[in-house]
Each structure stands twice: as structure tokens, then as C-alpha cells.
Write a protein that binds this ligand. Structure first.
Ligand code: IPD
Ligand code: CA
Ligand code: CA
Length: 282
């Protein structure tokens, strides 16, 4: 059984860091080997490395916290889904990049608490870690304790002018979302410094926390893409919202994340709310 100390955000952060780093080393070690790739949906693939990474992470966490639960990107019927803490895991974020040896991907792990008797979506993310094995960069945070990159404190950028902003985004798999994304990009392309599609949402989000991007948006994001980043960005002084601008929760379909100063100017310039209203489940 967990005791109160097991829910200490510092301890959860340290376990998230250990698991993300070990899994990152594993996927880096095997990344030049031939891959087994299978399709798990429309424009959606999984590799043997995703599965190996997830097993390493969940075994490490279960040894330390046998009564904790899991919300993982890859299905594993053996994992408990309830517990005093739920670990939200993306074992390889940026699988398409990884499978093509494009060196931009990461491991993302967070520890969350569900409210007593509340809806499952209202989670409190207590700690998170995002590890980029190719650059050996570990982003992490715990609630109330600030965010770090390789143990150095990080903050979001100070940019308040879209003209000098670097904006990150990623393409969704669905055609209607790709079209909406193309429309948004068309509306801001002339008004920002630059736009980058990264292929790893969690890594791009960590880069917002570190001030490398000023804003990032994605019209379809999974809970495992965002959960660790949510606490890392929040602790670095940034803003995380749903597409509608509300508090982001794990069932939200997309996100806007920024240094806080650019959220409103971006939404206004892109007529974001109008476009989101046209999406099937915006
Ligand atoms: C995907 C990547 C991609 C983003 C997708 C994610 P995966 O995650 O982060 O950049 O656009 O929304 O699903 O499948 O590589 O873990
Ligand atoms: Ca992902
Ligand atoms: Ca993944």
C-alpha cells in the first residue's frame, strides 16, 4: 500500500526522471536496428521499440509503487488502471520520426492524482519528465517546485509580439484537422517569425517551457502527449489551454500552449474559435 510519502511530488518526479532516462537510453541504443513496424490505425504506427520502452517504464514504476495505476499509449491489459496515483506514459513520442531515423523524439512520463469521487478528466499532474535521448536533455518538474532542463531552472520566453515569435505545431492524422491546420497556418504565416512542425508534440511542448518556442498548438493531442508537459510548462510560467481556451484536461482533443503573453493575440489573428467550431469534435 502507498503511504503519504509515496505521493510526494519530489519522489514522483525522481522516479519519472529515472524511468524516462532509462527508456530513452534503450530506444537510442536500438534505434539503428531493423524495426518491426505495425499499423494501429489511420496514419498511426507502433514499433517494437515503443513496446520495449513501455515495458521498461511500467516494470520500473510497478516495482517501486505496486498499487499505482497506468494510462499508457500502448495497450497493456496487465496494467492496473486505478490507484492513488496514475502514471501517464508515452514510451516514444514521435514514433514516425523514430522509425525513419529522424532524430527528434522523446519519452514522456507523468504522475497524476484523480480527485476523490470526481470525474476522471479532472486530474492533477503532480510531476512529469520528458527525456530527449539524442540530445541528452531531461526536462522535468514537480508541482510547486519549478521546471528544469538537466537540473538548470527554465522559464518560458518573454516574447509578447507575434512578429518575432517562433511557433510550433504538428499535423493531425484526420483530414478535417489537417485542413483546419493548413487554414490556420495560412492565416499567420506572414505575421510570425517562423513556424515549425516537429513530429514530437511532447518534445515541442518541453521546448515551449524552455523558451525555445513561444507558442505551440495541436488540433489532436493525446493525454500522454500533454500530461508531463502540462506541469513542466506550468512550473516554467507558461499557459496551457484546450482549443477553446479553457483549462486543459486529459479528454481535450487539442491544445494551445504559450508563454502566456501570446495566447490571445494568436487566437485573435487566426480566428481560432471559428475554425475550431468547424471540427467534428472541436
Ligand atoms: C504523435 C506525435 C505527433 C503529434 C501527434 C501525436 P506519437 O505521437 O507527437 O507530433 O502530432 O498528435 O500523436 O504517435 O508519435 O506518440
Ligand atoms: Ca505521442
Ligand atoms: Ca507514442
Amino acid at each position: 500500500m502507498s503511504n503519504q510519502n509515496d505521493i510526494d511530488p519530489k519522489l514522483l518526479r525522481s522516479i519519472a526522471e529515472q524511468a524516462a532516462t532509462q527508456a530513452g537510453h534503450l530506444i537510442k541504443e536500438i534505434w539503428s536496428q531493423p524495426r518491426q513496424i505495425s499499423s494501429k490505425g489511420f496514419r498511426d504506427i507502433v514499433t517494437d521499440a515503443d513496446l520495449a520502452s513501455q515495458s521498461l517504464i511500467t516494470e520500473l514504476i510497478r516495482k517501486r509503487f505496486p498499487d499505482h495505476g497506468f494510462l499508457t499509449e500502448e495497450d497493456d491489459p496487465d496494467l492496473p488502471t486505478t490507484g492513488p496515483i496514475i502514471w501517464i506514459i508515452d514510451p516514444v513520442d514521435g514514433t514516425t520520426n523514430y522509425s525513419r531515423q529522424i532524430p527528434s523524439f522523446c519519452v514522456s512520463i507523468s504522475a497524476a492524482r484523480l480527485p476523490n469521487n470526481g470525474p476522471r478528466t479532472e486530474v492533477e499532474i503532480l510531476a512529469g519528465a520528458i527525456y530527449d535521448p539524442m540530445r541528452d536533455e531531461l526536462f522535468s518538474a514537480a508541482k510547486g517546485q519549478g521546471s528544469t532542463l538537466n537540473r538548470q531552472t527554465i522559464h518560458v520566453s518573454q516574447t509578447s509580439d507575434l512578429e518575432i515569435a517562433a511557433v510550433g505545431f504538428d499535423w493531425s492524422r484526420e483530414n478535417d484537422r489537417r485542413q483546419a491546420m493548413a487554414d490556420i497556418i495560412g492565416r499567420i504565416a506572414h505575421d510570425v517569425h517562423t513556424l515549425r512542425a516537429t513530429g514530437s508534440a511532447a518534445l515541442a511542448l518541453a521546448w515551449v517551457a524552455a523558451g525555445r518556442f513561444d507558442l505551440y498548438f495541436n488540433l489532436r493531442i493525446g493525454p500522454w502527449d500533454m500530461a508531463a508537459a502540462k506541469v513542466i510548462i506550468g512550473e516554467a510560467g507558461g499557459q496551457v489551454s484546450s482549443l477553446l481556451g479553457d483549462r486543459w484536461d486529459i479528454e481535450d482533443s487539442g491544445c494551445i500552449v504559450s508563454n502566456g503573453r501570446l495566447h490571445m493575440p494568436f487566437k485573435k489573428l487566426t480566428h481560432f474559435d471559428e475554425l475550431v467550431a468547424t471540427l467534428s469534435d472541436g
